[in-house]
Design a protein around this ligand. Sequence first.
Ligand SMILES: C[C@H](O)CC(=O)SCCNC(=O)CCNC(=O)[C@H](O)C(C)(C)COP(=O)(O)OP(=O)(O)OC[C@H]1O[C@@H](n2cnc3c(N)ncnc32)[C@H](O)[C@@H]1OP(=O)(O)O
Length: 707
Amino acid sequence: MKTKSFEVTVAEDRIAVITMDVPGETMNTLRSEFGDEVREILDYLGSLSDLAGVVFTSGKADSFIAGADINMLAACTTREDVYRLSRDGHKLFNELAGLKVPVVAAIHGPCLGGGLELALACDYRVISTSPKTVLGLPEVQLGILPGGGGTQRLPKLVGIAKSLDMMLTGKQLRPKQAVKLGVADEMVPATVLLEVAKKWVAKGKRRKIQPRLKGVEKLLEMTPVGRNVIYDQALKTVMKKTMGNYPAPAKIIDCVKAASGELDQGLKLEASHFADLVMSAESAALRSIFFATTEMKKETGAGDVKPARVHKAMVLGGGLMGGGIANVTAVKAKVPVRIKDISHQGISAALSSTWKQLDKKVKRRHISVAERDRTMSMMTGTTEYSGVKDVDIVVEAVFEDLKLKHQMVRDVEQYCGENTIFASNTSSLPIGQIAEAASRPDKVIGLHYFSPVEKMPLVEVIAHRGTSPETIATTVAFAKKQGKTPIVVQDCAGFYVNRILAPYMNEAANLVLEGEPIDKLDKALVKFGFPVGPVTLLDEVGIDVGAKISPILEAELGARFASPPAFAKLLADGRKGRKNGRGFYQFDAKKKGKKPVDESVYKVLGVNPDGRLSDSELSERCVVQMLNEAVRCLDEGIIASARDGDIGAIFGIGFPPFLGGPFRYIDSMGPARLVDLLRGYEARFGERFAPCERLLAMAEADQRFYG
Ligand SMILES: C[C@H](O)CC(=O)SCCNC(=O)CCNC(=O)[C@H](O)C(C)(C)COP(=O)(O)OP(=O)(O)OC[C@H]1O[C@@H](n2cnc3c(N)ncnc32)[C@H](O)[C@@H]1OP(=O)(O)O
C-alpha cells in the first residue's frame, strides 16, 4: 500500500517494510498531518494475519528522519495545540511499540529528535556504519525537550546518566558510540542494512528492556537514593552552565525522574513540559537561530554567482591563527594546504598542533590512523613561495602591518596563479587599503576568523569596493567547507563583530575605573548570558591587541570609540593578558579551578574596588552600548540584515543565544525602551550613550527589525 509519504511493501518473508519519503523535501521530518497516514498503515498492518514483523526505514538517499518539523512547532499558537501534538505522537508511537510482531528501525543518515523517538518505540535499531549516520536528541539546543516519548523510553533503554548526558547536551552519537551506549543494536554497511534489519525480526519481540549498567553507575541507578544523587548533580551542573537562563534542562531532568514510574504518567508530564517550552521566548529565539543558519547554508554571498572550486590553499603565517586556518582547511574542508612561514619553527608549530588534535582523536577511536595520516599529508610547509603556483586561495594571517600585507599581495601576484584569491585575516586594517598594492584588486578580500579558529563558528567575509562577486562567492563557499558560518560585511574599521564589541569592552573598562570589582563585573555579564565576562575576554584576546585596535577604531569612527586611559598603564606595567601570564587575573598554571583577580592591577589603574552597582546595572551599561552600535552597523549597511547581525553576534562573541541576538533582543524589549535606557545613561555619562538615528526613528514609529 502507499500513502503520500509512506510506502508499505510485504514480500514473501511476510515482513512489512515501511519506507518514509516525504515528497518534495530534502529530509524527512515528522508532521501532525502524517497522523492519518500512519493510522491507515497501522490498520493495514493489523489486517495482515500472517505478518512476521515490520522494518521501518527511509526512502531518502542519506537521511533517516531529522526530527519533528521545527516549522510546525514554530507555527503553534497555543500551549494546548502543542500539548495535543505531543500526545497524538505518543499515541501513534505507543501503537507502533504495541504491535504484536517485532518492529525494527533500519537507520542510515541523521536520526534526530522525533526521528530517534520513533526508533526508540521500535523493538530494535540497526544502523549503517556511514559517517552520515548520527543519532541524538538535540531538542535542548532548540530550547525544548524530546516530546515524542524520548525522555521516557531512552532512560529505560540506556539508563539515567547516559540519557541525561544525551538530552542535556543534545550531542549526536556516531554509529560506534550509539552501539556502545546501547541506543542501537548493531551497525552494518548501508548496502546490507535492510537485509540485516530483517534478520533482527527473527529474534522475536523484545521481552525485557534493561540498561547495561556497570560498577558505580549500576549502584547509583538501582536505588532511589542513588538516582537522587544523579539528578541533584545534573541540576547543579546545568544551573552552573546556564545561569538559569534556559528553562529546558531542568524540565528534562524532571521528566527523566518520572521515567522510573508508569509510562503514560511520564508521557503526560513530558507533553506538558514540552508545551510550556515550545511556547517560551527562549525557544523562539533558539529556533530563529536554526532557521537563520539553515537559510545561510544556501546563500552564496553574491546572489546567483557560482563559486569556483578550491582545490588547494595556502596560509601565510603559521602562528595561532594561521595554524588554526590551515587546520580547518585540511581537517574540515579536506583541501590540501601549504603553510608558508618565515621560520621552520612556525611551520612545525602549526603542523604539530593539528597532529596533536588528530592523534587525540585516534586515541579516542574517533578516527583511524589512516585518516589521521591522510589529513596530515594534506598539510605541507614552506619558507619560500614554492609549490604554490596552483593554489586557488591564499589566506594571510601575519602581523597587523599594512606594509607587510602589501608585500604579500605583491608576492602572491608574482608567485601564484592569475586567479588566486588573496584573503586577509586582518581584524583592523581596511581591505580596500590592503588591495591598493594589488594589480588584481578584484581578487582581494577579507576573511576574518575568530580565535580559537578550530572552535569558533563565525567568519566575516569582507568585500572592499573592487572585490568581484566571483571572489566573494568562492570565499564564502570555502569558509562553509571549513565548517564556518560566513556573514558578508562591508569594509569598515572593526567590520561588524569587533565594532560592536569595542564599545561594550570600553564600558566594562569604564566600570572598572569607576571602582567596580573585576570579578563581580565578569560574573554579571556571565549571568546575563555571555560565555565569559569582558575582562576575562580582554585577558584572553590580549591587552596589547585591544590597545592596538582601539585607536584605529577611534580614528575611523569617532570619539565614542575612545578607550578609557587604562591600556597604556597596563602595558607599561608589562600586562598583556594570558599570553605573557600577566593581566587582570592571575595565570598560575598550578592553580586549579577559578583564577583569582590579580589584586595588584587595581593599584596600577589607581582605583579602589568598592563598586556598588547591582549585577543588572553592570550588564545593562555594557550591553546597551553593544545594541546601539549594532543598529548603527545595520543603518550604515555594514551588515546586510538584522539576521546577519544576530548570527554574527551570537557566533562571533557569544551574545546570549536565548535572546536571539542583539536585534531580536531589541525587538523583544522594544526600541523605545532601549532609547530610554540610553538617554538615561547619556544624561549621566555623556555623548557615548547617545542613541543612534535609526533607533530613534524606530522608537518613534514603534517599529521592529523582524516583521
Ligand atoms: C517532538 C520532538 O521531540 C521535537 C523535535 O524533534 S525538534 C527537532 C529536532 N531535530 C533537530 O533539531 C535537527 C535539526 N536539523 C539539523 O540539525 C540539520 O538539518 C541536520 C543535521 C539534520 C542536517 O544538516 P544538513 O545536512 O546541513 O542539512 P540542512 O540544510 O540543515 O537541512 C536540509 C533541509 O532539511 C530541513 N530540516 C532539517 N531538519 C529539520 C527539522 N527538524 N524541521 C524542519 N526542517 C528541517 C532544513 O530546513 C533544510 O530544508 P531546505 O532543504 O528546504 O532548506
